[in-house]
Ligand binder design. Structure first.
Ligand SMILES: C[S@@+](CC[C@H](N)C(=O)[O-])C[C@H]1O[C@@H](n2cnc3c(N)ncnc32)[C@H](O)[C@@H]1O
Length: 255
């Protein structure tokens, strides 16, 4: 089982890594409330930064809906299905967003400071931009921002029910479920020469019609880096005529 008691400072850049994804997700959730939660598949969960970002976004959507008089909770809005090639034991979740040192006007993360310098500078909670963008997903405790208890609870549940030690290619042909949302960020580069075929199978066999797939790449794909790599793979390719681009590396299944 994953050790959820571990709390350590985290590389904050790993949360909300592809900002536009979360804006699109929030909008989708707002526009698609129904009696059943939206079931989103997350392939390749890393150390849970992506699931935490997704659930914090959904927590913000819940808050926006409640302010419009729509009574709903996080579990009713979104269900996360995790799928990861590594075992549960290899996942090391980290929740603390850390403390900053200095004046509030010029806050620094602290990794370059000696313990002596840290002692002599005032401390403040680090408040990254995403805490301002999705305040409902966070809480301030003991001078530090954390993902809210509700968000962490939902992530724990998703881990308990998730498929670990399983590769995406093992489920594509067998799954009876189709998903309206699939997060497939930073995974294709792990699939070697089969990347394009598996992406085609994933988007035709696991993605619902009108569903959305997120396929960002921080590194290189083929001979292009980042969004350029995925654009080059998908666009003008007969294998992907069913996809329509709706964001930087985000596609809607149109047929
Ligand atoms: C670079 S991380 C990306 C994590 C997350 N999606 C993100 O963008 O922050 C790639 C993850 O994909 C997982 N992975 C690699 N090959 C996979 C496969 N065939 N099926 C499922 N997961 C895979 C790795 O174990 C790793 O956790």
């Amino acid at each position: 089982m994953v050790d959820f008691s571990k709390i350590s400072a985290v590389d904050r850049s790993k949360f909300f890594r592809h900002k536009t994804d979360y804006e699109l997700l929030g909008r989708y959730l707002e526009e698609n409330i129904s009696l059943k939660p939206v079931n989103a598949l997350v392939v390749g969960v890393g150390n849970l930064e992506e699931p935490l970002s997704i659930l914090a976004t959904a927590a913000e959507t819940v808050s926006a809906l409640r302010s419009r008089g729509i009574s709903i909770n996080l579990a009713e809005l979104l269900k996360l299905s995790l799928l990861e090639a590594r075992t549960k034991e290899e996942i090391s979740p980290v929740y603390s967003l850390g403390k900053g040192y200095g004046s509030e006007r010029s806050l620094m993360g602290g990794i370059f400071l000696t313990p002596e310098q840290k002692k002599n500078l005032p401390q403040h909670p680090l408040k990254p931009r995403f805490v301002d963008d999705y305040p409902a997903g966070f809480e301030l405790r003991g001078g530090e921002y954390f993902f809210s208890e509700e968000v962490v609870d939902r992530v724990q549940e998703a881990v308990r029910e998730g498929k670990f030690d399983t590769r995406i290619q093992e489920v594509i042909d067998r799954s009876a479920i189709r998903y309206p949302i699939i997060f497939f960020n930073n995974v294709i580069t792990h699939l070697g020469a089969d990347g394009e075929r598996i992406t085609k199978d994933l988007t035709t066999q696991l993605l619902e019609r009108e569903g959305i797939v997120f396929m960002h790449h921080s590194g290189s794909l083929g001979d292009s880096k980042g969004v350029g790599g995925i654009t080059k793979m998908v666009e003008d390719n007969p294998n992907f005529v069913h996809l329509q681009r709706i964001g930087p590396a985000v596609y809607r299944r149109k047929i």
